[in-house]
Ligand binder design. Structure first.
Ligand SMILES: Cc1cc2nc3c(=O)[nH]c(=O)nc-3n(C[C@H](O)[C@H](O)[C@H](O)COP(=O)(O)OP(=O)(O)OC[C@H]3O[C@@H](n4cnc5c(N)ncnc54)[C@H](O)[C@@H]3O)c2cc1C
Length: 448
């Protein structure tokens, strides 16, 4: 039994960035991580399905997980954009865009976000199609993308320790019950405050296993992105453009459901209104060598060197539906005795319409940038579940305050995407880190 100022569950991007910020204020932080600490540059291992099982209804749910210090930041592409004000407003974000701006700046500083050059062919295509093209913004450490292993806290995390449940009484958490995988023994870690940063489904599991009131309230409103992916195969003789690791990559915003549309007040951009809430953006990157992407089988063997691939991923904003939620199964437990999650994920008619628009937009943009004789091949259908950007599950304002403070337990906060009412119309992690830093600022004040 050890005692700390703050006990943080999960050493992914959110947990590590938050733990660094708390340590900077003088807090003594225990960062609890289920997985090991891998050597820099090591491949993230497959998740052990016996230890971390789950079921999904309505077909499969491709649940991206990394059980190691760094979490999914070991896989991520680093795309880091702020959500526009209309995206925050439409989702019912608990704080204004002006308040978020301060925390976005702090998050960009914390991980070192920089902007790459805009590829001229992307600029030309965007102008021709009258859409907005933004250069790739991402955090760089030298010429590689930042991961949570670059934080100080990553080095100090207590690894191989699975958080099972919070003990609590009279509206306060008193200890975190964990399983030490190295000894097989139970450990109880005490803190004055607790932060859950285990990612939405795992945080739901901890809250439900802990029987935090209101019972059965956590896990609803699960959201994620829908993704339509294409690869443009071109026969080219030039090498990929120079200009650093972000060259050739851009985010395209077609402006669908843009400012004013569907929000309160005046419709300022009715031309882009669609019969669904939410918008989407398209990530463009390339040209890449086919063997760098592992898709060399898409052309005859002797032609691999003569071809290049440009990737187009459209990311669409899915809103909560009563048919998307997480619950725990009583008849299915994992190797640690925990109830396994069941993930319910179903598509709505709105999602089908947005998916069709996303496909059309990718094809239009691909056609515009394509060299003569290229092939555009679809490889992810937008109606396949699981984009690695899950959110929601504890976002309702009756469950948490606007800093992620749990209403039921006065010394517990949530710093992962569980409290985000939407994954947004673009990559969510910068927004997630802005939230985590806001949580980190609230805790020392609350402890005082
Ligand atoms: C292939 C891929 C590419 C992506 N690219 C981008 C991108 O370019 N831009 C972007 O914005 N987002 C991207 N994302 C999303 C991004 O990776 C996530 O939003 C972000 O990493 C989430 O961080 P997190 O700390 O909240 O969660 P996680 O990274 O999932 O970390 C949670 C941590 O908690 C630990 N944990 C879980 N349960 C327990 C427990 N019970 N006890 C102890 N520890 C526990 C886990 O082992 C893990 O280390 C991508 C995701 C994927 C899968």
């Amino acid at each position: 039994m050890a005692s700390w100022d703050v006990v943080v569950v999960g050493a992914g991007a959110a947990g590590c960035v938050l733990a660094d910020a708390l340590a900077d204020t003088g807090c003594r932080v225990a960062l609890v991580e289920a997985g090991p600490r891998l050597p820099a540059g090591a491949r993230a291992p497959e998740v052990d399905r016996r230890a971390w099982g789950f079921r999904a209804t309505a077909g499969s749910f491709d649940w991206y997980r990394v059980r190691a210090v760094g979490g999914r930041s070991l896989l991520w592409g680093g795309w880091s954009y702020r959500f526009p004000a209309h995206v925050l407003r439409r989702a019912g974000w608990p704080v204004s865009a002006a308040t978020m701006a301060r925390w976005y700046r702090a998050a960009e500083r914390a991980i070192g976000v920089v902007e790459g050059p805009l590829d001229p062919r992307v600029r030309r295509a965007a102008r021709a199609l009258e859409v907005r093209a933004m250069p790739k913004r991402a955090p760089l450490v030298g010429d590689r993308i930042w991961t949570a292993l670059d934080t100080r806290s990553a080095r100090r995390a207590r690894t191989h320790t699975v958080a099972l449940r919070l003990e609590h009484e009279r509206g306060e958490a008193s200890a975190l019950d964990c399983l030490d995988l190295r000894t097989g023994k139970s450990v109880r870690i005490r803190g004055r405050a607790y932060v859950l940063a285990a990612s939405p489904v795992e945080t739901t599991r901890i809250l439900l296993e802990s029987e935090v009131p209101p019972r059965r309230a956590y896990g609803r409103d699960l959201v994620d992105h829908q993704v339509a992916s294409y690869v443009l195969i071109e026969r080219v003789r030039r090498e990929p453009t120079g200009g650093g690791p972000l060259a050739g990559s851009a985010l395209i915003d077609p402006g669908v459901n843009g400012p004013g549309v569907n929000g309160p007040g005046v419709d300022t951009d009715a031309a882009s209104a669609r019969p669904y809430r939410g918008g989407f953006t398209i990530e463009v990157s390339g040209p890449h060598r086919l063997d760098d992407l592992g898709i060399e089988r898409m052309v005859p063997g002797d032609e691999v060197d003569e071809h290049r691939a440009t990737m187009l991923h459209a990311i669409g904003e899915v809103f909560p539906s009563p048919r998307r939620f997480v619950e725990l199964q009583t008849d299915d437990r994992d190797a640690y005795g925990r109830r396994n999650p069941r993930i319910h994920f179903a598509w709505t008619r709105e999602d089908a319409r947005r998916g069709a628009d996303m496909k059309r937009a990718c094809v239009a943009f691909g056609d515009e940038i394509a060299a003569p004789g290229s092939r555009l091949v679809q490889f992810v259908d937008p109606m396949s579940a699981g984009a690695g950007h899950e959110a929601g599950t504890a976002a309702r304002q009756e469950l948490v305050d606007d800093r992620g403070g749990l209403r039921a337990l006065s010394n517990v906060w949530i710093a992962d995407a569980s409290v985000m009412p939407t994954s947004g119309d673009r990559h969510p992690t910068l927004t997630l880190l802005a939230h985590a830093l806001r949580v980190a600022a609230a805790i020392p004040r609350a402890l005082r």
